[in-house]
Each structure stands twice: as structure tokens, then as C-alpha cells.
Write a protein that binds this ligand. Sequence first.
Ligand code: AMP
Length: 416
Amino acid sequence: MANVTDFNFAGKKALVRVDFNVPLNEKGQITDDTRIRGALPTLKKILADGGSLILMSHMGKPKGKVKPELSLGQIVDAVSAALGVKVQFAPDCAKAGDAAEALKPGEALLLENLRFYPEEEGKPVGIDKADPAYDEAKKEMKAKQKEFAKTLASYADVYVNDAFGTAHRKHASTAVVADFFAPENKMVGLLMEKELAAVDNVLNNIKRPFTAIMGGSKVSTKIGIIENLMEKVDNLILCGGMTYTFMKALGGKIGVSICEDDKLQLALDIIEKAKAKGVNLLLSEDSVCADSFSNDANSQICPSNAIPDGWEGLDIGPKTQEKFANAIKSAKTILWNGPAGVFEFDNFAVGSKAIADAVVEATKNGAFSLVGGGDSVACVNKFGYADQVSYVSTGGGALLEAIEGKVLPGVAAIKG
Ligand code: AMP
């Protein structure tokens, strides 16, 4: 299979799907350029070979309409500065044939937001799923999506997908477009390669013991991952808000802690499954409880299954921190998704920090640690630990789907 490192891009036009969906402030200035920096190794390799770049991305959710506040025109200068090349801009991504044609080796062109066209996502607009005409509208939109992808493909000789963050979507630019390139002319980018290698380390190439830490607010959004991990891990730490669904299911008192009452049986099933698989399931024993959902709330440490009326568990307590840290420090493979508490409130971020400290220590001792998905990245960034773990994933939903064991359409379109 073709790859960016070995491919010689000299004289080739490369259509590169990047994730330039960067956050902007009200003045249209970039507040975090991580995603642009993430794509640079691939883009610089192509330019250094003497290739030219046609960059395509989405920004935000314009839902098939032109929205000036989501124009990628706002980031052209920043991309130029990052690349060290004056990037040109095509204000209509579906009418960029001439601009692409005129590109010389070493030049770069950025296309306007792909999602200004509904064809990018391929979902019919303005029609409800319940409408009897929906299926026909969807079929029509899929045909239009193919045409749109064909237009994008016509700009270039080679297709590179380096947008891991959208690899779980079967969109025109992330998957359909790949059908218009021969296998030797399509490949994943260097960032995507790193992401896939990191996922492989926790799904297939596991060094034991393997400890997974799943936190966050709800068990319902993590169940697919928990089930897949149950087949792989030695220690499974479940923390964060989902703790209290487990405590209630086990007959505990949880005060007004967050709880999914319709998932109590699911929690019991997870406990049983862990036993059956010989997985060491670690749940919170003590919680830092608050009398309101705020950083300034009064707080006290309580057993996680005996929380007083009117109080809610917002973080793991000291005993639990120690228990979890031990299972993390002894691990050789670590996956961390989701905070142990409401880490956005400094007073309830101590448990998440204790987990982060343990992950960093294990990493220093040779463990492979992958952090990603949802708020976990914000969490390691808050503690300034992003460069002290093995890998921080850039793909939220895509990472979670990959860990669930799902095939990512963006990867399948290239690798078959
Ligand atoms: P998720 O997107 O599912 O990973 O959830 C992340 C969110 O879970 C964060 O915003 C945390 O504040 C929240 N969270 C973690 N622990 C708790 C808790 N004990 N009670 C309420 N929310 C929590």
C-alpha cells in the first residue's frame, strides 16, 4: 500500500483532506492551532518532494449552507505562516478546477469549507426522516455526493487523508473521493498513521498488564468501548459520573449524583461480564461530594455508595485515587478516556490529576499510554501533561469508534 514517506510527490498534485476545523474567536482569529500543526509533517513532505497541495477541510457545522463566519478564508494567512508558503484560496470548493490546474510544484491551494455543500455529508436537507419521500431524497443526495467527490478528485493526481478526526464519517472528502483514485495513488497521511499505530498498540499490540481508565459522565455513551475493552484489558477502571449508576445498581445511596436509571441492569451486566472474563474491575470507593454543582460548593469525602441526601459525587476520593494509581503505575499499556470527576472545577479536579500523575509515571517507566476522546485531552492539557504521555489523540469520536473495534470509513476507503 502507498504511504506518504515512500511516495515521491514530485510534479504531482496532491488532494489532502486535513482537519482544519480550528476554534476561532469572535474576530475570526484562531484560538488553538493544534490541528494545523498536526497536518504539517504530511504537507511539508509533499512540498519538499516538489509536489503541490490542494487542501480541503470542513469547519463547524454549516449544514450545507454558505456561512461566512465558518469560511476557511479566515485561516489562509495562518496556514501560509505555518507552511512557510503563500497559500492561495479557492472561494468555492466545487469550482476550483482552474486554480488547481494552475498550481506549480511547491504551491498550495486551500479550498473553501466543504460543508457549505450538503453533498459533503451526503444527508438530504430540509426533509424529515419520517417523510415517505426521505429514502428517495437520500438516494438522490448520494448520487450528488458521488458527483461532488468526483469533482474534488478531478483536481489532483493523488489523494491523501490526514484527517483522523473525521475518519469515522463516510463523507465525500473523507471516503467517497478515494474511489476515484487507483490504490497506488491514495494513502493515509502521517498524522493518521500515528493515530492508527496508537490504536493498534491498545487493541492488538498489547504489552501487559493493560489498564484502561474510562471516565466521563455517562455509561451509555461508553458502553461500546467498555464491551470491546473487556476482551482486552487486565484492569478496567470505571470512574467519573458513571460511578453512581453502578453504586445505585449495587444498592448504594447516591444522593443527587448523576445517574442513568435506565442503565442499572447494564451496570450489573458489566460487573458480571468482568467477573466472567477475569477482568479486574475497579470502581470508586470514596467520593468528594458537593452540596451543589459548583466549584465553590461545600464538600466532604463520603463512601461512594453512601452519599447523603442532597449531596452529589463530583470527584474520586483519596482512597480511590490510591487504588486507581496502583493499577495504573504497574501497567505497561494504558488507555485513558474521560475524566474521573468534574475536572473543569479546580476543586474537583484532584482525582483526575492523580490519574494523570500515575499515567505520566507509568509512561516514564516504559508503559505505552494513549489519551484521547472527548474531554480527556482537555484534561491532560489542563495539567500540562500532553508531552508526558505516549500519545494524545487528535480524534474524539473517531478514536472512540476505533477503540470500539469499528472500521473507520475514512481508513477503509484507502486500505480496502
Ligand atoms: P464525557 O464527554 O462523557 O467524557 O464526559 C465528560 C464530562 O463528564 C466532563 O465535562 C465532566 O465534568 C463530567 N463528569 C465527570 N465526573 C462527573 C461527575 N461525578 N458528575 C457529573 N459530571 C461528571
